[in-house]
Every structure is written in C-alpha cells, then in structure tokens.
Design a protein around this ligand. Structure first.
Ligand SMILES: Nc1ncnc2c1ncn2[C@@H]1O[C@H](COP(=O)(O)OP(=O)(O)OP(=O)(O)O)[C@@H](O)[C@H]1O
Length: 238
C-alpha cells in the first residue's frame, strides 16, 4: 500500500460519558510525519485510540485517503490501511516472536518476516522465544514490526521509544523516517522524548485537555519557549 493522507475534522470522543478528545481537526499529507505532543493525560493516547476506533466517538470525521472511516469498526479501519501500535504493546504472550510476526503478515508470504528482522535484528535472535519472555523494549519492537508488516498506509505509533536504549531509539527513528520517505507510509507519532519527536516530524500538534493547543513546525516549536514551558514543561529543550 502507498501512503495515504489523513484528515481529521471536529473529532470529539471519550470513554462513556467522559469526553477526552474535543473538537480536534488536523490534516496530514500522504507520506508526511506528524508528532503529537503534550503533557501526561492531555488526550494523546485517546486521540490515537479514537482514530483506531477504540473509544466512543461523539462526532466528527476521520478521512483516510479521502474516505470517512469514522463509523467503521476497528478491524475494518485496519483493513483499509490504518496501522496502530498502542502504548500497551499488544504482543501475544503465548506465541513466539515469529508467530507474532506471522499474524502481522495478513496473507503475505511467511518469508516476508525477513523485512521485520532486517529492521530489528534482535527479533531474529529471539524468534523462537515466547512473547511473554521478551523485555519491554523487545516487546515494543515486536509490536511495531508486526504492524509495519501489514503495510499500513497510515501508521499510528504511541510512544514507540518507551523503554528502549538510546542507541535503539536512534535506529528506530531512522527506520521510521525511511518508511515515510519511501512514500509508503504516513506516520503519526506520540512521544514523550520531545527532541526525538521534533527531529523526526515535519509538523507538530500539541494537545491540552483534549484539544489542539498549538500547531506548527518543529523549528517553530523549538523556538517558542513560552509554549514549550506552558504546554510541555520541558526545560531541557532550551
Ligand atoms: N479507558 C479510560 N476510561 C476513562 N478515562 C480514561 C481512559 N483512558 C484514559 N482516560 C482519561 O482520558 C484522559 C486522557 O488520557 P490519555 O491517556 O489519552 O492522555 P495522554 O496524553 O496519552 O497521557 P500520557 O502521556 O500519560 O500517556 C485522562 O484524563 C485519562 O485519565
């Protein structure tokens, strides 16, 4: 599949009666890279879960390649090209690494798991280990690799660097950048490692209490010390 644009319009959602995503609108061009930033509890994960169809949507459109998928169930959204790697790392604990990867192939030949091993050689070393026997970082790699094997046109990555050693973070971000540059994937990234996110993205939105409080380029955000302090609270950026 090749990269698709994603257009979100006036999206509101939550859990039961509690709204945690409020009137969110943004567009991501095909093949580009959006970072979604914000302090803890501001709705970043809920936004991605809403895009993937895992919260209660109150209103708004989610257009994937021009088609509104907002009423489609999660599985249909995945079939239509929306890949989602949740923060919770949805590894199957009783399957081996390789069996977990086979699930991601969605009918492609089994030999294509080699693509995942090229991206994460560590997974090849561990291919006969059970999902439950992996470290947190290895589970993160497996969850990410499984989603990429499905060749989504839009990929949502919720804190993919959590628990990974710095050198692996760099490799992973470089791999994501290559995926986006290949024209095969549009990538949306939630990340607490602000600098990594700014290095990766071509556009940034910052969320505050379920709404978009700031939107612009990584360069503009890095220069906007007031916004960084107020919305991100990370003195380390400047
Ligand atoms: N399953 C749920 N049921 C009810 N409320 C929830 C649920 N998940 C999250 N929330 C609430 O929704 C709000 C947004 O949470 P969310 O996890 O989306 O924020 P976040 O910006 O991703 O935070 P973090 O950076 O800590 O992961 C919070 O107030 C949170 O308590």
């Amino acid at each position: 599949m090749s990269a698709a644009p994603l257009d979100i319009e006036d999206l509101s959602a939550g859990y039961g009666p509690t709204r945690v995503v409020e009137g969110v609108s943004f567009s991501v061009a095909a093949g580009s890279r959006l970072a979604v930033l914000g302090r803890n509890g501001m709705g970043k994960t809920s936004l991605f879960a809403t895009l993937a169809g895992q919260t209660k949507r109150y209103g708004g459109a989610i257009r994937l390649g021009g088609r509104d998928i907002a009423r489609e169930p999660s599985a249909a959204r995945a079939r239509l090209g929306l890949g989602y790697v949740p923060q919770t790392r949805d590894v199957f604990p009783t399957l081996t690494v390789e069996e977990n990867l086979f699930v991601g192939l969605k009918g492609r030949p089994k030999t294509d798991v080699e693509e995942a091993y090229e991206m994460f050689p560590r997974l090849k070393e561990r291919r006969r280990n059970l999902g439950s026997q992996l470290s947190g970082g290895e589970q993160q790699m497996l969850s990410t690799a499984r989603s990429i094997l499905g060749q989504p046109s839009v990929l949502l990555l919720d804190e993919p660097l959590e628990g990974l050693a710095p050198v692996i973070c760099e490799e992973l971000m470089a791999a994501f950048a290559r995926l986006a540059q290949s024209g095969n994937m549009t990538i949306l990234l939630v990340e607490q490692r602000i600098q990594s996110a700014l290095d990766f993205a071509d556009h940034v939105i910052v969320m505050e209490r379920g709404r978009i409080a700031w939107s612009g380029t990584p360069t503009a955000l890095a220069r906007d010390h007031d916004t960084v302090d107020r919305l991100l609270g990370v003195g380390g950026l400047h």
